[in-house]
Design a binder for this molecule. Structure first.
Ligand code: BGC
Length: 775
């Protein structure tokens, strides 16, 4: 069997060139090293080292150098002193193996709040603080690049990986991603922003062709990446698995070079998502510098491509130079002596304190924060088996997950022991005897343990003995499968509904309250039941300290200040993209079906909703929603003063407003700045988010003036006809919102002249996608 392995390559190179003078790689001699490299060495550097293609001896040697459980590495070339560098997932913390053979030491990482929770904070400074801590774990565990953040847009709520992603809005996505990148990279390690681009579903994710018109592509699916690249200079970008308007993103020069590098100024490396696609030659030419996880066949394809002229020497050298530039930045290259002892305690404390900023209070009939409650009846398996994050490569190996029962205990509230015992024994039975772990495997989406059936008489008895009831409803999802618009996923099961109704009836009859906690990774149906309980707290899947944070919020130790980064519609089919999303698909299909021709939403997906995603659609069409984008309650109230909006000499718009805490407890407010454009230019949504700011913790009566600066480029829409970003002249209305449906103040400014920014006419679909008309 012909197999050139990583170490043989490195050893061979070392011997054959041992006698000649070798330049050792330094930051200032990259050209010299490049000149001295053979074609084989260059090809080697462009391909990752795949562990599964090694013998067990090689694996052992490899494991000694790399970090067990890391997703991949780049290859070392010892004669130039090029070390292997280590790449590991993300995004909710660092994902490596928690244990290693031959040692009792553990290598757990902090389970941070998932991407959606970070976006719900609307607080880039806090996100940066959290990811600065995350980056310290990356560095101290000997990893060079964190494969994160995931920043695909929430095109449809059923995408199985939405929890890893931020929002339905590209600005919130981009600014959260930029903060994330800055935090991690402040440690001298890198990130890989992913999955570039239009990777909006899991069904057939390796082959699916996202067909999307250029305006929606530029304004929505690329915008978040553009912001992160321009603002935060990520070391690497991960090209996605899917096709985009025909070619694979990994092999698309227009995407990876014309747009990413020439237009946005990206100067790091692009690596593929984890698969070996046949078009390696095209990938190299497109500007994809690193093939991950790497296969010998890819090295061979690159060598053959250079030999037969399909890859030019310049193209090869361009990518290799970028790899060398990447290598010299890494801690591995700099010989950093990592400790394997990150500050896990400190990070747990930080996560515990920060998490309430990402929790969203959806309903509160005055019951929260809890008063005079000493005993709680805690229902729902999620109360005891709390879900910290989703499944798949985004699942961090954390030492523990704090559940809500622990959270109440920490707050001095007693949890009914009988109920706790029923749930715990049920969970143990399901997990050990029925072998349902409630989490799913790495690439299986998720399996949720069915709710425990509790009979009414029992609830009645318990209602006499306890002060109130809490019901946790949980859902999980993850890489490899999309969610389903069915009971038990999108909507409640009959059993959940019945438990909810019985708890509400019984506790209300006893003059007591019921609070629902949603421990879910993505949007679910809420409209049909949300008024039944006395309060609903959306906890998301907020990381390892989640149960403590939830109880802190319920007990009033923390005031929740999260707001929704997406819309909660009334019904699933209210969402325009529901017409073009794999609907309740059972199993991923892996290739074009040549017998029947390509299958809609499996082999290709038409983004027929165009720009009408999320609130852009619901607000413009006037369609009722369950909870609007940007919505979230607080334990206090805020007054908005008269705003001031000015256009500066540099053309930048500054929008300022003073916010005052008018309630009785301290809290933070997020002011969202939406702009409605004048008629005359392109058809536009009723308004779009153009900036936001969050106050610091304001004591009752305290005020803060928030200022948001809007660059005119941010106001522009993409004109497909002229292939340019354009703003129309005229009067723009600036709306200061507590949510996208709750504008508290307005002001306006005028742009005297239209403005345009030219862009390349690239990434066009072979035929325009037929889009729905909303306006
Ligand atoms: C996922 C990426 C991940 C990579 C490495 C892929 O299957 O799509 O998000 O970074 O695996 O684990």
């Amino acid at each position: 069997m012909k197999r050139i392995c990583l170490f043989l390559t490195a050893v061979f190179c070392t011997f054959s060139y041992a006698l000649s003078a070798q330049p050792r790689l330094r930051a200032d001699n990259i050209d010299e090293v490049l000149k001295a490299m053979t074609l084989e060495e260059k090809a080697t550097l462009l391909v990752g080292a795949r562990r599964s293609s090694m013998t067990s001896d090689e694996m052992t040697a490899f494991d000694r150098t790399t970090v067990p459980g890391a997703a991949g590495t780049t290859r070392p070339i010892s004669r130039f002193g090029i070390p292997l560098t280590v790449l590991a997932d993300g995004p909710a913390g660092l994902r490596i193996s928690p244990t290693r053979p031959g040692t009792d030491a553990t290598f757990y990482c902090t389970g941070f709040p998932v991407g959606t929770v970070l976006a719900s904070m609307w607080n880039p400074a806090l996100v940066e603080q959290l990811t600065t801590a995350m980056g310290e774990e990356v560095k101290e565990y000997g990893v060079d690049v964190l494969l994160a953040p995931g920043q695909n847009l929430h095109r449809n709520p059923l995408c199985g990986r939405n929890f890893e992603y931020f929002s339905e809005d590209p600005l919130l996505t981009g600014l959260t991603a930029a903060a994330y990148v800055k935090g991690v990279q402040s440690n001298g390690v890198g990130v890989s922003i992913k999955h570039f681009a239009a990777n909006s579903q899991e069904v057939n994710r390796q082959q699916n062709d996202s067909r999307v018109n250029v305006r929606a592509l530029r304004e929505l699916y690329l915008k978040g990446f553009e912001i992160a690249v321009r603002e935060a200079d990520p070391w690497t970008v991960m090209s996605s698995y899917n096709r985009l308007n025909g070619p694979f993103t990994q092999q698309n020069y227009e995407l990876l070079t014309t747009v990413l590098r020439d237009e946005w100024g990206f100067n790091g490396i692009v690596m593929t998502d984890w698969g070996n696609k046949a078009g390696t030659v095209d990938a190299v030419k497109a500007g994809n510098d690193l093939m991950e996880p790497g296969a010998e066949s890819e090295i061979e394809r690159i060598i053959a491509g250079v030999k037969d002229g399909r890859i030019s020497q310049e193209e090869l050298d361009r990518n290799v130079r970028r790899m060398l530039e990447y290598v010299v930045r890494t801690p591995r290259f700099k010989g950093y002596k990592f400790s394997n002892k990150p500050d896990l305690k400190g990070h747990a404390k930080l996560v515990h304190e920060a998490t309430p900023e990402g929790l969203v209070l959806l309903e509160n009939k005055g019951v929260l924060p809890l008063k005079d409650v000493s005993t709680v009846a805690l229902y729902g398996i999620g109360s005891y088996d709390f879900i910290a994050g989703g499944t798949g490569s985004g699942n961090v190996n954390k030492a523990y997950v704090r559940n809500i029962a622990e959270g109440f205990k920490a707050n001095g509230v007693e949890v009914d022991k009988d109920i706790q015992a029923w749930y715990e024994s049920y969970l143990s039975y399901m997990k050990t005897e029925r072998r349902i772990n409630g989490r799913g495997g790495v690439l299986l989406g998720s399996t949720v343990i069915p709710e425990l059936e509790v009979n009414r008489a029992v609830i009645e008895r318990k209602a006499e003995q306890t002060d109130m009831a809490v019901l946790t409803i949980s859902r999980n999802a993850g890489e490899g499968a999309d969610r389903k618009a069915l009971d038990g996923d999108w909507s409640l099961t009959g059993q959940e509904r019945q438990l909810l109704q019985t708890l509400a009836d019984v506790y209300h009859m006893a003059g007591k309250k019921l609070v629902v906690v949603l421990n879910i990774g993505g949007v679910i149906e809420t409209d049909s039941w949300k008024k039944i309980p006395d309060a609903v707290l959306l906890a998301w899947t907020p990381g390892q300290e989640g149960g403590l944070a939830v109880a802190d919020v319920l007990c009033g130790v923390a005031n929740p200040s999260g707001k929704l980064p997406m819309t909660f519609p009334v019904g699933y089919f209210d969402i325009p993209s529901s017409r073009n999303f794999p609907y309740n698909y059972e199993r991923p299909a892996f290739s074009y079906n040549t017998q029947r021709g390509p299958v809609k939403d499996v082999d290709y997906t038409d983004y027929a909703e165009g720009i009408w995603v999320g609130y852009r659609y619901f607000a413009t069409a006037g369609k009722p929603v369950s909870y609007p984008f940007g919505y979230g309650l607080s334990y206090t109230t805020f007054a908005y003063a008269k705003p001031v909006v000015k256009v500066g000499k540099d053309g930048k718009v500054t929008a300022s407003i003073t916010v005052t805490n008018t309630g009785a407890v301290a809290g933070k407010e997020i002011v969202q700045v939406y702009v409605a454009a004048p008629d005359g230019g392109l058809v536009k949504p009723a308004f779009e988010l153009k900036g936001f700011a969050k106050t610091k913790q304001l004591k009752p009566g305290a005020s803060e003036t928030l200022t948001v600066t809007i660059d005119p480029y941010t106001l522009a829409s993409f004109n497909e006809t002229t292939s340019a970003w354009e703003t129309a002249a005229g009067t723009y209305t600036v709306c200061f919102g507590a949510s996208s449906a709750d504008f508290r103040a307005n002001a306006s400014f005028k742009l005297a002249k239209p403005q345009a920014w030219a862009a390349h006419r690239v990434l066009l679909p072979s035929e325009p996608v037929q889009e729905i008309k909303v306006k």
